[in-house]
Design a protein around this ligand. Structure first.
Ligand code: ZN
Length: 310
């Protein structure tokens, strides 16, 4: 495999400008919210399909969910304690005609109209796996041997506007979930971390897996991060995309009994199940490929396009 150091290292602003002028990304005017051109989408879909071809999963169950979640589920999971700064909550208008007229006036005057909105029962999905746990728990105990769920590429939202071309507010996670016995779930998570290094390595990307932490909020969040790190609950696969630091393009999360205690997920024999999830940031893998091999896939190394775009 070619050494990543041989690739030209771009600053983040320069790489973003190049992606836009090549028509790969379409700016919206808000940092981290991008449209994508056809070439970018073809590469993103090809990465998704390549992960499927290299998958370790045995007879996964396919599920798909919209990018919204009942607000009550986000509350039960504890997301608003750990990540209040990242959540996206859906508000809408439920007023009368007088309030509608006031809304229109404020919009026309460029005033804040948020006070005329009410919170709905829906939030944006911040992690693609969240809808899976209550859905599986509602069926009763897991089957013998546990369960693997494959969600395909699913939209998630994080409130983190940034001019880093790899940090998007809404993007696709290719997410897979394992539910079952503790040893088996932890082993699946670790095997996927190794497989992911091989997957991106085949595509010419030099990557490393390391212990990581989630961006927990505030002072109590620092304690959560320390505990997460000391138990190696979160691993990340990092690849250089632009700027000075590598960027995480996939994560491998062992939740232990966190979700099963919230939703009462049980193994076939009645024991409390453990869960883990694996998520590839599809846009980030695509960006890493454009960064490494150039902005025109027609000029990428033949062995990479043969694997990715056969
Ligand atoms: Zn997940």
């Amino acid at each position: 495999m070619a050494n990543v150091a041989a690739a030209p290292r771009r600053a983040r602003a320069e790489f973003l400008a190049d992606l836009i002028s090549a028509g790969l990304l379409i700016p919206s005017g808000v940092d981290g919210a991008y449209g994508r051109g056809g070439t970018f989408e073809a590469v993103r879909a090809a990465v998704d399909a390549f992960v499927t071809r290299r998958s370790l999963n045995v007879r996964p169950e396919r599920m798909a969910f919209p990018p919204v979640l009942p607000r009550r589920q986000l509350e039960r999971i504890g997301y608003l304690s750990s990540f209040p700064h990242l959540a996206g909550t859906i508000f809408s208008f439920e007023g009368d005609e007088a309030e509608a007229a006031e809304l229109e006036r404020r919009v026309g005057a460029g005033e804040d109209w948020g006070g005329l909105q009410r919170q709905t029962d829906l939030v944006l999905v911040p992690a693609a796996c969240y809808p899976v746990y209550p859905a599986v728990a509602a069926r009763g105990p897991l089957p013998v041997g546990g369960l693997t769920v494959d969600l395909g590429g699913s939209y998630v939202f994080r409130n983190e506007p940034s001019c880093d071309p790899a940090r998007w507010q809404m993007f696709h996670q290719r997410e897979m979930i394992r539910l079952g016995a503790p040893d088996e779930v932890a082993g699946w998570r670790d095997a996927w971390a190794q497989r992911a290094v091989e997957i991106v390595g085949e595509l010419g990307l030099e990557a490393a897996v390391d212990v990581a932490t989630d961006p927990f909020f505030g002072r109590s969040g620092r304690l959560l991060a320390r505990s997460q790190r000391s138990q190696s609950l979160k691993l990340e696969l990092a690849v250089w995309i632009s700027g000075d630091e590598p960027t995480a393009v996939a994560s491998f999360n062992y939740h232990r009994e966190h979700f099963s205690s919230v939703f009462d997920l049980r193994e076939a024999g009645g024991e409390q199940a453990h869960t883990a999830c694996v998520g590839f940031g599809l846009e980030r893998v695509a960006l890493a490929l454009f960064s490494r091999h150039g902005l025109d896939p027609a000029r990428w190394p033949a062995d990479v396009t043969a694997l990715l775009l056969p």
